[in-house]
Ligand binder design. Structure first.
Ligand SMILES: Nc1ncnc2c1ncn2[C@@H]1O[C@H](COP(=O)(O)OP(=O)(O)OP(=O)(O)O)[C@@H](O)[C@H]1O
Length: 262
């Protein structure tokens, strides 16, 4: 298994963004974003709907290119290495409902193979691949669901399948778009803690968008607030473990409304 570290050629994924803009026709989703993301850091993206969080995640995943400015990988990691070492957990899980959990997790490595080998690996997996999928499912707490049809699972179980699929990719960069949007508060905390633990175990960089700034402040080393495509808040955990910059006034400025104590 690839474990990420600054010394590993495929690991230690970090970024420098210099005045990055991503413009769509008639709309700039990100504008003049300058940011350094350290390898192995855990980062939460917060901000109102349409602020540019998903666009930033897609940019880091290599699914989008800046239309202005520059994005640089740290430590000589190439774009191809980054793509191979990125696990992306989508807001809607992006699972195929009629497939078994095993096949959905195996599909996590489709991007590594050509079309024919990829399909064979999903429908006729090797014993080693089945064992690796089972290990990933055990790690996220649902080992018993290996052969269950995916559309028979609860939302929380499907979320864990999506995390297992990303884990099966042996990621050094874990990107998650609203991973707890459809979960209740207790399950949301469990899933965020699981993502933090997985990133720490692997030495992977974790960047996650979340709507709940309390979860962001409690679990992540760094919290970045976006509004209308710009960074308006950037908070790092202090030595006392607190996010002192996450004040009610800063959150009010970010969201444009009073959000209550956090
Ligand atoms: N492919 C696209 N074409 C045109 N506009 C887009 C495209 N993708 C995103 N946008 C626009 O860019 C802005 C930022 O979108 P983005 O999805 O990044 O926001 P977000 O912060 O993730 O929002 P949410 O919290 O609602 O998911 C929005 O105004 C959106 O409509």
């Amino acid at each position: 298994m690839t474990i990420c570290s600054r010394k590993s050629p495929a690991g230690g994924i970090g970024f420098e963004l210099e005045e990055v803009t991503v413009a769509f026709p008639g709309k700039a989703a990100l504008e003049d974003v300058s940011l350094t993301l350290e390898p192995g850091s855990t980062v939460a993206l917060i901000g109102p709907s349409g602020a540019g969080k998903t666009t930033l995640l897609r940019l880091l995943a290599g699914a989008l290119e800046p239309t202005g400015g520059a994005l640089r990988d740290m430590g000589g990691v190439t774009r191809a290495q980054r793509a191979a070492a990125t696990g992306f957990i989508h807001q809607d899980h992006a699972l195929v409902p009629v497939l078994r959990v095993l096949q959905n997790v195996l599909a996590g490595r489709l991007g590594r193979y050509g079309a024919l080998r990829g399909l064979r690996s999903v429908y006729f997996p090797s014993r080693a691949d089945v064992e690796a999928v089972h290990a990933a499912l055990l790690r996220v707490g649902i080992g018993e669901l290996l052969y269950r049809r995916t559309d028979r699972l609860s939302g929380g179980e499907q979320q864990r399948v999506a995390i297992a699929r990303a884990l099966f990719q042996e990621p050094c960069l874990l990107l998650c778009d609203e991973p707890v949007a459809s979960l209740d508060p207790a399950r949301s905390r469990d899933v965020i803690q699981l993502l933090i633990d997985l990133a720490e175990e692997r030495g992977a960089t974790l960047v996650t968008s979340v709507h709940d700034e309390r979860l962001a402040g409690r679990y992540f080393d760094r919290v970045i607030g976006l509004r209308e495509g710009r960074i308006v808040l950037d908070s790092s955990r202090s030595e006392s473990g607190q996010h002192e910059a996450l004040t009610p006034a800063a959150l009010e400025d970010l969201y444009g409304i009073v959000r209550g104590d956090s």
